[in-house]
Design a protein around this ligand. Structure first.
Ligand code: GLN
Length: 488
């Protein structure tokens, strides 16, 4: 049962061949077996899962089944879940139990899905290997003996989906946190248009960039999950009314004489990537050509400055968002001799090194002497990148580019902070521009590990992004069945 896709499982649930309770038990057993080793869940919710499953079975029996009824999922531990601990992988929220439900997790409840638990991540989603988690890093189920990273920040979600410890999971993508981990675990990860999914109740990192989205094994499954997650929310003023409907399978947009202009970004040609990534990317481009796609070179002149702009804007917003963790209202509190001392002790004990680094950078770039030269300059670069993408989308319908330069690295790789930041090279520009980008498997590298590539589109062209991603998925044809990649 573990190898079923969400679509396949829904068929079997509808026909009565399997029950939601059986399916859920299969996942709970597997979590029991491999959960500790993979460290992909911070909090497991088996009782809740069985209650959800029983309710789903009842709805199947009386003909009132919902879109994801009985599908076991993982929820990134950044989404507040009422009555269930929500930690953001931080010591400062280690024992925080929200009294409210995030909009996205509520939508999953409404869809009938089964909650297996809260998945691991980088502390406050700041990181690329999920190593900044207070609870330790999750492990990539591919070639497990090598203890590779499952990526970050949504690394618990990708580890869990790839290993068959849930059928799909939520992620959030501020600078690549859905796409990078999905790429190096052989999964599909969709960063929707900014504003398509509500951020309400999701622990804030950088509010103008944070984008909730789905992670699953196939493009169709991701589309189905996104249709559940998307939609306007009056509690998030940046959420838009554009819905997303993918209850039906995605249509092909290539072949049948349909003309599609696919852009490649000239400036990225100069970025050093592995030979494997280069080859797979070119192979997939040739595949698209064979179906009649026209490949056009487009220019995003400032794309190489996206990293620098991102690592100013994201920390600036984070330093403001994280000011609320002061030990007064919720979360950890370490008593000091007076109020200021309590703040200092609480925050020093509660936040990890990377989070502290970001808050210091953020505070520095927002200080009066740096504001104009750093923050405003980064804001201008951001505007130029967004404008360049808009101009490029006049020359082409969609853009493709790699998701990362290479395959998953070992968790014990000793990289400097700047080397970690550089790994976001291919992903941050889409967050700055607020445009949709889907990472889809491009194939396997020589070392047997998966690599991904992105399909990028204009704002609210999420559906077409996934349609092209589906073509690439079919050409790449990698086998990401959990029991196959784990060998058990
Ligand atoms: N790796 C990036 C960072 O550390 C992206 C994180 C994210 O998208 N949440 O900020």
């Amino acid at each position: 049962m573990i190898d079923l896709t969400i679509h396949e499982a829904l068929e079997k649930l509808k026909s009565g061949e399997i029950s939601a309770t059986e399916l859920t038990r299969a996942y709970l057993d597997r979590i029991e077996k491999y959960g500790d080793e993979l460290n992909c869940y911070i909090t497991r919710t088996p009782e809740r899962a069985l209650t959800d499953a029983a309710a789903a079975d009842e709805r199947y029996a009386n003909g009132t089944a919902r879109p994801l009824d009985g599908i076991p999922i993982g929820m990134k531990d950044l989404f507040a879940t009422r009555g269930i601990r929500t930690t953001a992988a931080s010591h400062i929220l280690e024992n925080f139990v929200p009294e409210y439900e995030s909009t996205v997790s509520q939508k999953f409840i409404n869809s009938g899905s089964v909650l297996l638990g809260k998945t691991n991540l980088d502390e406050f989603a700041m990181g690329t290997f999920s190593k900044t988690s207070y609870f330790g890093a999750p492990v990539n189920p591919w070639q497990m003996e090598k203890r590779l990273t499952a990526g970050g920040s949504s690394g618990g979600s990708t580890s869990a989906v790839a290993a068959g410890l849930c059928m799909g999971a939520t992620g959030t993508d501020t600078g690549g946190s859905i796409r990078f981990p999905s790429a190096i675990t052989g999964l599909v990860g969709m960063k929707p248009t900014y504003g398509l999914c509500s951020r309400w109740g999701c622990v804030a990192f950088a509010s103008s960039l944070d984008t909730p989205g789905p992670i699953a094994r196939t493009v169709d499954d991701v589309a189905l999950m996104l249709s559940v997650m998307a939609g306007h929310d009056e509690k998030d003023s940046t959420s838009e009314s554009a819905g997303f409907d993918a209850h039906t399978p995605l249509d092909a947009i290539l072949g049948d004489g349909k003309k599609l202009r696919v852009g490649v970004i000239r400036e990225l040609n100069d970025v050093k990537i592995s030979d494997d990534m280069k080859k797979l990317f070119n192979d997939r481009i040739n595949d698209l050509k064979s179906l009649g796609a026209e490949i056009v070179e487009v220019s995003i002149p400032n794309i190489l400055d996206a990293l620098a702009a991102y690592y100013i804007i994201a920390p600036a917003e984070a330093s403001s968002n994280l000011a609320r963790y002061d030990g007064m209202r919720y979360g950890l509190r370490v008593e000091g001799v007076d109020l200021i001392d309590t703040y200092k002790k609480t925050r020093a004990a509660g936040f990890g090194t990377e989070v502290q680094r970001r808050m210091i950078i953020g505070t520095a770039v927002l200080s009066s002497e740096s504001y104009e030269v750093y923050f405003m300059q980064a804001a201008r670069v951001r505007r130029m990148i967004a404008d360049s993408f808009n101009a490029a989308f006049k020359q082409c319908d969609l853009i493709v580019c790699p998701t990362s330069s290479g395959t998953a690295l070992p968790l014990d790789s000793d990289l400097t902070p700047l080397e970690y930041y550089a790994l976001d090279m291919f992903t941050v520009a889409m967050n700055l521009a607020g445009i949709p980008a889907c990472s889809v498997p491009a194939g396997l590298a020589q070392n047997g590990l998966p690599l991904g590539m992105q399909v990028v589109g204009p704002r609210f062209d999420d559906l077409r992004v996934m349609q092209l991603a589906k073509h690439i998925e079919q050409f790449a044809g990698i086998d990401n069945r959990p029991t196959k990649i784990m060998g058990k």
